[in-house]
Design a binder for this molecule. Structure first.
Ligand code: AMP
Length: 205
């Protein structure tokens, strides 16, 4: 199975992707996560990437597409979380034979409220919400025991910019997959468990 999950920042795509990948044994790839890791390492490349992330802008298409293609090499089953985010990226993976595309639908107002409460672990792999999806022990990741932190790009001004980029660049991608009859829109305002059940029902798994 080859799944794509799209949605604005804070729509819950990462949470759903993480769960699906675990249960269906799919390779999970989120370019955003890998880009943040590179920034953390403070490499020359990381410093360059940081400029885009801090502003909430997309990292150049050619670079991200190359990254995705490298990661997906020889992978039969995967879930792509947050890619493609522009029409150019979508067309560049036309050869990947995608099974289904989920687009999470959530308003900017809800996202702004949600992201103020979002925390990630130090490895960047696991995401929490202080009230809707809290860790078992306050401030500590359930999986790797690292301290939870807030993402730098989760401040209101950057969220607004990321939303703007989403509307301009990613909405056309959603329409593109709709025309290809691969699209399912998911109500992302529901709690994570309900969203997950809906996605699974659509997948017949
Ligand atoms: P995310 O973790 O998916 O919210 O992504 C965080 C940031 O990483 C985005 O705001 C972009 O700067 C960058 N990024 C993630 N995915 C892509 C992509 N497909 N194309 C370009 N930039 C991306």
């Amino acid at each position: 199975m080859r799944i794509i999950i799209l949605g604005p920042p804070g729509s819950g795509k990462g949470t759903i992707a993480e769960k699906l990948a675990k249960e269906l044994k799919l390779f999970h790839f989120s370019p955003g996560e890998l880009l943040r890791e590179e920034v953390q390492k403070q490499t020359t490349l990381g410093k360059e990437i940081k400029q885009y992330l801090d502003k909430g802008e997309l990292v150049p298409n050619a670079f991200v597409t190359q990254l995705v293609k490298l990661e997906l090499k020889n992978k039969k089953n995967f879930i792509l979380d947050g890619f493609p985010r522009s029409l150019e990226q979508a067309k560049d993976i036309d050869d990947l034979k995608i099974t289904i595309v989920f687009a999470m639908d959530v308003s900017e107002t809800i996202v702004l409220k949600r992201l103020a409460q979002r925390r990630i672990c130090a490895t960047g792999e696991h995401t929490y919400h202080r009230t809707i999806l809290p860790p078992k022990k306050k401030g500590i990741c359930d999986y790797d025991g690292t301290k939870l932190i807030q993402r730098k790009d989760d401040k209101p001004s950057t969220i607004k910019e990321r939303f703007k980029v989403y509307r301009k660049e990613t909405i056309p991608v959603i329409q593109y997959f709709k025309r290809k009859k691969l699209l399912d829109i998911i109500d992302g305002t529901q709690d994570p468990e309900t969203v997950y059940t809906t996605v699974k029902r659509i997948l017949h798994t």
